[in-house]
Design a protein around this ligand. Sequence first.
Ligand SMILES: N[C@@H](CCC[C@H](N)C(=O)O)C(=O)O
Length: 283
Amino acid sequence: MNFVKMHGLGNDFVLINAMSEPNCSRNDWEAVAQKICDRHYGVGADGLILILPALEPGNDIRWRIINPDGSEPEMCGNGIRCFARYVYEQGIVSTASMRVETLAGIIVPEVQVQNGEIVGVCVDMGEPRLERQQIPMAGPAGGPVVGEAVEVNGQIVHVTAVSMGNPHCLIYVDDINSAPLTELGPLMEKHPLFPQKTNVEFVQVCSPDYVEMRVWERGAGPTLACGTGACATVVGSVLNGKTSRLATVNLAGGPLTIEWRESDNHVYMTGPAVEVFTGEWKE
Ligand SMILES: N[C@@H](CCC[C@H](N)C(=O)O)C(=O)O
């Protein structure tokens, strides 16, 4: 199978145009993802992205994203920027702005072109989901989960939960460099409060328009960046009164600009998407 390797701030993906593969209707993509994402025995990636035809008229294209552990998340922010750039550059979609069918609903990325050069991708990520059941998070039905005390490994941490289609759990820290990413990350990911598991973000607020964030991703572990996590970070930080609606989220792999727009309640994410190499996967 032909593939392309891309990344958004070091959050890396293998993309396969399933429409041009003879065996595109195969039903073992989860197993392919586990093999191809392996950093020792495969290509190495934080996820496998499939390019598929739209199911509904009016939409341009559809995707699937699969985590390295074979689970299928609803959305991926860095991945959708790579996907949009690739399908636009390859002429699979002819317009810079496109309607993409995802498990989180229709997502609208726009490839940004200046003087004939692609300079980035801005994505309308839709509305954040804040109700407890929408995260989803166990416990009595109710409104947003903001700074809720949760016991993990015998200690109390305060969590804020936001869904961008996929679940995120924010934990504020004073110093990002000493955040317990690899200790608390996996424990929170599988905490019984999150029936579909969760991505875990450690956040240091530096100013109302600049935060540092490090992520432990559901189904992938620590990654250099997480686009949906950056969106959730700004939404959660606004709910906590810690930032304004427009802020830079700096990740291990670099910065994303995130705006939670008041006029339409949508979250907009702007950042890079880079092609690294192409290859052929032999099974
Ligand atoms: N890297 C992503 C998120 C990918 C999905 C995540 N691992 C999950 O299971 O929800 C991003 O950039 O948003």
